[in-house]
Design a protein around this ligand. Sequence first.
Ligand code: S3P
Length: 448
Amino acid sequence: MSGHATPVPMTSHRSGPLSGRADVPGDKSISHRALILGALCVGETVITGLLEGEDVLDTAKAMRAFGGEVTRDGDGTWHVHGVGVGGFAEPEQVIDCGNSGTGVRLIMGAMATSPICATFTGDASLNKRPMARVTDPLALFGAQAVGRAGGRLPMTVVGAAEPVPVRYQVPVPSAQVKSAVLLAGLNAPGETVVIEKEATRDHTERMLAGFGAEVTTEVTEEGRVITLTGQPELIPQSIVVPRDPSSAAFPVCAAIITPGSDVLVPGIGLNPTRAGLFTTLREMGADLEYENLREEGGEPMADLRARFSPDLKGVDVPPERAASMIDEYPVLSVVAGFARGKTVMRGVKELRVKESDRIEAMAAGLRAGGVTVEDGPDWWIVHGLGHGNVPGGQTCSSHLDHRIAMSFMVMGMATQDPVSVDDGSPIATSFPIFEPLMATLGADIRRG
Ligand code: S3P
């Protein structure tokens, strides 16, 4: 899909206690990777718990275009018959990745070391996002890319016919860039090495190892040095996708700011490279517990229990935690509005190049709802008003960004007046059951 034809305005009204169980969908990052790696091995990979949001469905479509067979059973189990490392076919049509930066960047990596050509596009949000961060390292393998000014989509990538392995230090903290290089390295002979100064989500490394690739991570003075031996024969897997901590963030934060709430969010992936929000919420004084801690499919997980927390205080979020909660700053900024004192968020430049400029989008909406926000290139500060004191009453622009739309819907559950967004349709990219799920808990979100 490309662009959301009809905007869906939504309004969130002050809600009664939220209670019950929130079964959030599968992890978006892991879902993309399961489809892509499934398509890169010969034989059948079986995936349960796949996120069936637009972003991931676009990746499923893309894997079919590259020659994979991707089907879904009536019970929601997905089957991928892959083509093997280096076996991608040249797509006949343009690959439309919709709203998904992860989808397009990982797929570009996966095809960049095969002798094929593909043209990629996306919706109005994705077509504004920087792609050079991925095509620069892919050029080192021998791939070529031509796109619009500033390295924007639509863009054509010509894969390297005789790829060479690379050693690449990722200049920005980005799991998408790291993963694109590793996926390209799969079809290069010899060792591809990626170095990251700050730890970003490591689902690609974990899953590559699960599929039988030789991949090691060493922590050195340079940072994390990840070494992948190219041209492995990947072995098809059975993958159970954990539920997405980035989606869990919304019912968890809603419960924390809504009086009387007590919500259980079961089976949440708690990979330490993803769990920074929950650490931060606890530091703010949130009543948040991990129950039933366990490990499944190589990923730690737990049931989260979140209760209304009337005495939240503002905190300084350490910049070194940013990568582990990068998608959660929008909803954290909402919670910060209900805390007493200021919440300082630094080292978050990457927020400016997500589905929207998330600092600008949240700051504008929070200010319109009566919350003071200061911001600079890579930092922002929210001056919390304390529970019960946030006016609300504003209409916010979601900027084609699912997390902005959901964050403002959470805000409206505890403000004095309702909070609206101009377009909630992007929510379907990552959390298609957001509205019915929040309604079951007792939230009052209305369309219009
Ligand atoms: C993702 C990485 C992050 C994150 C995105 C998903 C991934 O992006 O914001 O939602 O699955 O690798 P960056 O790698 O650009 O930080």
